[in-house]
Design a binder for this molecule. Sequence first.
Ligand code: LRH
Ligand code: MN
Length: 430
Amino acid sequence: MSYRIPDTFIAEHNAKLVSGLDEDYAALGRRLERSGVDIETVTSKVAAFAVAVPTWGVGTGGTRFARFPGPGEPRDIFDKLEDCATIQQLTRATPACSPHFPWDEVSDHGELAERAKALGVRFEAVNSNTFQDQPGQKPSYKFGSLTHSDKAVRDQAIEHNVECIETGRKLGSKALTVWIADGSNFPGQSNLNRVFDRYLESMSAVYAQLPDDWRVFLEHKLYEPAFYSTVISDWGSSLMAAQALGPKAHCLVDLGHHAPNVNIEQIVCRLIHAGRLAGFHFNDSKYGDDDLDTGSIEPFRLFLVFNELVDAEQRKAPGFDPAYMLDQSHNVTDPIESLMASAMETQRAYAQASLVDRAALEAAQEANDVMLAHRLLKAAFTADVSPILAEARRRGQGAIDPIAAYRASNYRAHKTKERPAVAGSSSGIV
Ligand code: LRH
Ligand code: MN
């Protein structure tokens, strides 16, 4: 029988922390009341907030240089689901995971759906993969997939995406995320217009296979692995494609897929305006697509993104239904600790953005009172909402301090015994 953290253990761990939390929560409640905010409203919104865990993120990640697997690494999707369930058990913020195929492929999808159900984890968007060749795969994706010059390669990529939809349907998912690495490394290597036409042609074939209640998420990325041009390199290309494909096509924003200093919150605002914001792959970065822990480098940027999301939520923006997912690579931390910390940082940004006095902000903006407008936003960002996050977890039978509870549970030590180490280190992101 594989080890699960007993719920009684979490309750015992909370018992030592609850009086401190009650004190902090009451103090914050009084402070927020002074600025006309009912803390209970924010706590219930946070309790309902959910962000999905990437199945490829629960194992140790790596770079092209090396990967240093940690102890108790998940060996397959069943181990990964266990770890996703543990993250949910402690944070109560991650009821779903986002799988990746064929990395998570199994022979019996029914068994996988059953196991996930038993663990209390549901499936968010499924991710296709035409950026790697599988062993013995012919033809190769070396020079592209959905936009390859050879129709046989494009058909193979279309077929894989359609298979992912089929698998996702069996798992109860309602969306397909399509990120392709297609692009070029040299000027002249590809015709920038023709490859975009081929993308639309191939994606139309995938789009045609979407069940009525499904969506397809187009994920743009500025560069890597292509280093001169990427077919879907920015929100503009993604939005053009989504609008050409049809109403089920939406644009997914991976925070790490932009040039340094790009105003991502404004991109989010525009995609909401177009009614085409699919959702997010949250992470953080300092240079490129670093896939670092969400909120670990630029927490103010994350807050500004959530400020746009809460504004849209409150003004009931048409078609606003974003899917929140993490997409990170954990090279030097315990992936479970990083994913719990990151889920809590997205909750933090959401709670802070929910504190913004939007009526006063609008009045200051309309009056061009620049300093007041900025200070109103900063006031929300600098509010310590930790008691709200912890209280939302406690009410959900989660852990007041998930990382401390996780460490005290020795979950990783238990998994290290259960999961024989995978021999040798390799390179690559997973
Ligand atoms: C591409 C990406 C994409 C996933 C992959 C693991 O950089 O963000 O979302 O398929 O990472
Ligand atoms: Mn991503």
